[in-house]
Ligand binder design. Structure first.
Ligand code: FES
Ligand code: FES
Length: 157
């Protein structure tokens, strides 16, 4: 099949032998966007989180044909220069350890803040709880999401 979709704001067409190929491998292995990571490939860890039509989605659980005509955003497209409030908060709080889970964490957090500008601590925990970090960055992730919410509200639209 020829997959036609919008990727990080650009129209893309990709020839695929298998329309059931998981999106994470279309992104990484065919299009070279290795910012999106993977671990479990079972929808359990969140490492592969991207945005599909503005919503956080696990790209290991989405087949290529399911994003035909959709708009997909990866960590590479979240901002041009790392200036998204979540990215700025991540740097300020120095969240990352090994880094593997972090693109998925950032995309999950950005999705939360796009729909909830004033998340409570409970809402942040609930939204981020499905994204697993095998290092010890969990407490800093929660702090960074709260900081990102503040930065979002301060950033002129
Ligand atoms: S690799 Fe997709 S949820 Fe774990
Ligand atoms: S920073 Fe290492 S798995 Fe999260």
């Amino acid at each position: 099949m020829e997959l036609s979709f919008t990727l990080n704001g650009e129209q893309r067409k990709v020839a695929l032998a298998d329309p059931e190929m998981p999106l994470v491998f279309v992104l990484r292995d065919i299009l070279g966007l290795t910012g999106t990571k993977y671990s479990c490939l079972q929808g359990m860890c969140g490492a592969c989180t991207v945005h599909v039509d503005g919503q956080a989605a696990r790209s290991c659980q989405i087949m290529a044909h399911e994003v035909a005509g959709a708009s997909v955003t990866t960590i590479e497209g979240l901002s041009e220069d790392g200036s998204h409030p979540v990215q700025r908060a991540w740097v300020e709080v120095q969240v990352a350890q090994c880094g593997w889970c972090q693109p998925g964490q950032i995309m999950q957090a950005a999705s939360l803040l796009s729909s909830n500008h004033h998340p409570s601590e409970r809402e942040i925990r609930d939204a981020m709880g499905g994204n697993i970090c095998r290092c010890g960055s969990g407490p800093r992730i929660l702090r960074a999401v709260a900081k990102a919410a503040n930065l979002s509200r301060e950033t002129p639209k």
